[in-house]
Design a protein around this ligand. Structure first.
Ligand SMILES: *Cc1c(COP(=O)(O)O)cnc(C)c1O
Length: 469
């Protein structure tokens, strides 16, 4: 299995080589040369597997340059009952009207980013050890991604993490979750600025090729292909748990921002998994819903991106969307290059000619949810199923409900636990979300972080002093 770029300008490379890179050299994203296929018999033979063994089966189709026994050990370490609190790893819980919740938030940071990051931590450590190399991961976070990365990389030999966060602009819970880590290889840097400014510093340093090469700078952002591959696994797991025999169809509903989670669903479907519909749910930042409704993709400026009560979906430029468009235009890299050229020049592109295929060929449908919808949905799910869901998952349930079909299970991906967004729960139900076991004292633990000015020079100096290798 080799990987090529969506823009056609990269020589085919094996998994381990694209693992440590961000964008392809031509500005595109790495995708498999051909999507591996899984037949019905093979799928049935996976029914009884525990999650880590299923993960090894699915990932072995994408990772052909790491020995199978090694991959088994990596997935066993990534998806253990100790890390995910139960043998299930990803529990399936019934709601009502044919809907169920696929629980992707049982990991250490209580959000679905852990599903991919835990594997990434294992595979990074393995590949770096094999190559005798070190890596300095530089990122910026407004919450979920940074903490998932830190919990996955803590204590890993050869990896040092520099995570920028906006000083004083995260919830007390999120801040405590990141800053309480005392591991020597984790550097929390609170910059005196907003998230976008922190992100700009990361971009500036990553674009400084001499600095990037000298300090082996790497990224764990959502365009990393290994994250997508690891996410494909839970679509297979969900299908196997919701069906009893070959060919039965299941739909999935996905609260979406960067298009990373639902892209993994699209890949699973392309591999032959019997997925009927992929239901894309957005919040008020509905650029993706607009695309599936009109065929026009028109990302918005930061100033037109609303701060909502499902903040991890407050994204208006979906970085993984290019991988789906690559498939949509028949894997024609020159067409993708032209579309992104247009995007840079006029701010949108129009694929409305292909609109009839969005659902008939790819199974995609989409809908939008609002703050009011979230509150109502949190209350309804509590009343009807006795289950407390977080605001992002509520966006998923709200949109999923409009696409349920008789006889076809609708699995809504639970992307975070309510404890992370307790203020919204308070608003919906008049009481806060319960604190999960083990998190009672989180906000009183000692915190380790460094406050720095929000400028490139300060961050460069800090990395120079603390980098590994
Ligand atoms: C990251 C995130 C999302 C959005 O996922 P994408 O892969 O960016 O589409 C949704 N909900 C939560 C809680 C998240 O952390």
């Amino acid at each position: 299995m080799k990987y090529v770029s969506t823009r056609g300008g990269m020589a085919p490379q094996p998994f381990s080589d694209i693992l440590l890179e961000g964008l392809a050299p031509d500005g595109g994203l790495a995708v498999p040369e051909a999507v591996p296929q899984v037949c019905a018999e093979q799928l049935e033979s996976w029914r009884a597997l525990p999650y880590h063994a299923l993960a090894a089966e699915v990932l072995s189709l994408f990772v052909t340059d790491i020995p199978r026994t090694t991959l088994d050990a990596l997935t066993r370490a990534a998806y253990s009952a100790e890390v995910f609190k139960s043998e299930d790893i990803v529990p399936l819980r019934p709601l009502y009207d044919g809907m169920s919740l696929l629980g992707l938030s049982e990991g250490p940071t209580l959000a679905f980013k852990d599903m991919a990051m835990q594997f990434l931590g294992q595979v990074f450590a393995h590949v770096l050890h094999e190559r005798g190399a070190t890596l300095n991961i530089l990122g910026a976070t407004s919450g979920d991604t940074g903490s998932a990365a830190e919990y996955a990389m803590r204590g890993k030999a050869g990896v040092t993490v520099f995570m920028l966060s906006p000083n004083g602009r995260m919830s007390a819970f999120q801040r405590a979750q990141m800053y309480c880590l005392q591991d020597a290889n984790i550097h929390n840097i609170a910059v005196n600025g907003v998230f976008d400014e922190a992100q700009d510093i990361v971009k500036a340093l990553s674009n400084d090729l001499a600095f990037k090469a000298r300090y082996n700078l790497g990224a764990v952002n959502s365009i990393n292909w290994a994250r997508i591959a690891a996410q494909v696994v839970y679509y297979f797991h969900g299908w196997l748990r919701a069906t009893s025999g070959p060919g039965q169809q299941v739909s999935f509903a996905v609260p979406s921002g960067n298009f990373g989670n639902i892209l993994a669903g699209h890949i699973a479907r392309s591999m032959g998994l019997p997925i009927r519909r992929l239901v894309l749910a957005t919040n008020e930042n509905n650029v993706l819903e607009e695309f599936f409704r009109t065929g026009v993709y028109r990302p918005r400026a930061a100033a037109q991106t609303y701060a909502t009560s499902s903040p991890s979906m407050d994204i208006s430029r979906a970085s993984n969307f290019e991988r789906f468009v690559f498939d949509l235009v028949g894997r024609d890299a020159s067409r993708v290059t032209a579309l992104w050229h247009d995007l840079g020049k006029v701010g949108y592109f129009d694929l409305s000619a292909l609109k009839p295929e969005f659902e008939s060929r790819y199974g995609f449908v989409a809908g939008t949810s609002s703050h009011h919808d979230r509150l109502v949905t949190i209350r309804t799910v509590m009343d009807r199923a006795g289950v407390l869901i977080d605001p992002h998952t509520a966006d998923g349930v709200k949109v999923a409900a409009t696409f349920v079909e008789p006889g076809i299970p609708m699995l809504v991906l639970e992307t975070a636990l309510p404890a992370k967004f307790s203020d919204v729960i308070q608003e919906a139900l008049g009481r806060p979300a319960p604190v999960p076991p083990g998190f009672e004292d989180l906000e009183t633990l000692p915190q380790k972080f460094t406050v720095l000015p929000c400028d490139v020079a300060s961050i460069r100096a800090y990395i120079t002093e603390h980098a590994s290798g």
